[in-house]
Design a protein around this ligand. Structure first.
Ligand code: ATP
Length: 357
């Protein structure tokens, strides 16, 4: 039998009044995948998640769950569960009652419920608090219980709507590891919504970057970061320098480009780049500084320097164009570059990208 996708989003559009929240969006989520929908506020990611859950209906297009069209199936009949940012636990119930509640509604027998509740609370390290009420827990603990409750009925797909955004920074990091290992252990497809690019890069098998109600790019974290297809993705995921360039020739994913430093270089490009004005993206950490630099090189003046412990960030100016560069401080003595000095700057050609706008 052919492997089915866990979720298929097929040409989905949705408007609220005159505002187009989603415009003909299509993508597949593979079975057993940690899939993230990443984008700025208002890009339509929550609307898509709510459609998968059944709380929202597309104006056009369809959604399939394991090959079956689910648009007309009510939320409780889909084998999909959601974890919300706000936990949404019942305050008057104990943790075990909270987790058991959904299983009772599904008609599971008592013994099976008891076994499953114990097992899943243990799995999220909350077994010893089973008889407490949510008010007696920290935010992180509540989120673990919300996860246990959503996972208890063994859904085919778990939807996670910014589940970490109410937690403090340290806890958020710990919960990232926890979520990733929960996904691997249970084999359940996770669909995660966030506006936090670092969270998305850290946890996901694949990421869909959404912007303006459209899919801007889908790929692995490395593909998204290293090979952004357009300016939106390069700007939203990570930091980058944008340079105005002129494309002289473009073919076979390569472009010949005139740079602001007066040099003509040949670098990778997406398929739809044509001749004429374009943007070149180069990440700050891809620029090397010093006496001996590799690849394409030019000189620049150091305008600013920001020492941040593990890294130093520099603001440079080359031929009237400002650039940011970042260097890891491998040793205490490593940094001899002074503000006001002229440095050699270099980058290897495959670390830069010409972007379609
Ligand atoms: P956020 O992170 O802020 O929740 P989002 O990317 O998840 O953003 P959505 O919640 O999907 O975005 O909303 C997409 C757009 O549609 C937003 O501009 C939002 O204001 C609008 N929208 C969503 N739901 C409704 C609704 N029920 N009525 C009117 N407008 C809505």
């Amino acid at each position: 039998m052919k492997d089915l996708n866990a979720v298929e989003v097929i040409e989905v559009s949705k408007s609220f009044g005159t505002f187009d929240a989603l415009s003909s969006v299509s993508f597949d989520i593979r079975e057993n995948e940690f899939f993230t929908m990443l984008g700025p506020s208002g890009c339509g990611k929550t609307t898509l998640l709510r459609m998968m859950a059944g709380f929202e209906t597309p104006d056009r297009g369809s959604l399939r769950l394991h090959g079956r069209n689910i648009v007309d199936i009510p939320p409780h009949k889909r084998r999909v569960n959601t974890v919300f940012q706000s936990y949404a636990l019942f305050p008057h119930m104990t943790l075990e009652q909270n987790v058991a509640f959904g299983l009772e509604n599904l008609g599971w027998d008592r013994a099976r419920i008891k076994a499953r509740v114990g097992e899943i609370l243990d799995r999220v390290h909350m077994g010893q608090f089973a008889t407490r009420k949510p008010a007696q827990l920290s935010g992180g603990q509540r989120q673990r219980v919300a996860l246990a409750r959503a996972l208890a009925p063994e859904p085919e797909v778990l939807l996670l709507d910014e589940p970490l955004s109410a937690l403090d920074l340290k806890l958020r990091q710990a919960m990232r590891d926890e979520l990733r290992s929960l996904q691997r252990d249970t084999g359940i497809t996770f669909v995660f919504v966030t506006h936090d690019q670092e969270e998305a890069l850290d946890m996901s098998d694949r990421i869909a970057v959404l912007g303006g109600g459209k899919v801007q790019q889908i790929g692995t974290p490395t593909e998204i970061y290293e090979e952004p297809v357009n300016r939106f993705v390069a700007d939203f995921v990570g930091e980058t320098n944008f340079l105005d360039v002129e494309v002289l020739e473009a073919a076979d994913h390569r472009a010949t480009v005139r740079t602001p430093f007066g040099r003509v270089i040949e670098i990778p490009a997406p398929v739809d780049v044509g001749k004429g004005d374009a943007t070149l993206s180069i990440r700050p950490e891809k620029l090397s500084l010093g006496d001996q630099v590799e690849g394409i090189d030019f000189t620049a003046e150091v305008l600013q320097k920001h020492y941040l412990g593990g890294y130093t960030h520099y603001v440079l100016e080359a031929n009237g164009t400002q650039l940011r560069a970042s260097r890891r401080n491998a040793s205490r003595e490593g940094d001899t570059i002074a503000v006001g000095s002229t440095v050699h700057v270099g980058f290897v050609e495959h670390s830069a990208r010409v972007l379609s706008s």
